[in-house]
Design a protein around this ligand. Sequence first.
Ligand SMILES: [Zn+2]
Length: 184
Amino acid sequence: MQRIYPTSLTPEQYVQQDYHKQVKAPENCPNCGAAHTLEALCYYHRYVTWLTAVLIISVRRFLCRKCLVSVSCLPAFAQPYRAINTATVAAGFSGQTRTREVQHWGTAIASYWQRFEDHLPVLLRQVGNAFGPVPLQPKARDFWRQLLEHCGGLANATGQLVHQFHTCLFGTYRCHQRRQLQAA
Ligand SMILES: [Zn+2]
């Protein structure tokens, strides 16, 4: 499972402060709901951009003692399975093409948008009217606006999509789904 947690740190500050070592376990296991059952497991490493650079960050993983599912805690500046950081993706999706990082990562951002458009029908089936009324012929542009209005930003929106609807803008992934309790 994955949790997205809000942070005011930039990717660069997260790396410089070794912040991955300070990430606290969620109170409740997002898989089975049990309280205080998550213990530190390990880290995994992944890429995230900062301005025009690419950083490698360590992401904290916990293991639930009760259901034995691992839970990774992704800082909200990173998108699930996508290297371009959340703020840059949001700027690109909102057409802020003048910033240097949006220009630099323009090709990747365009491919993310394509992915989002392709995923939209499935996404809308999952979220229904949660972010606003769904028109008969939904458009990615309109849903993007609804999402920003409703959530105030992509970081918060991603948290809601992952935690409540077990999906994100770009696809539905196994790590966002609940698992059965493993047989004892
Ligand atoms: Zn659990």
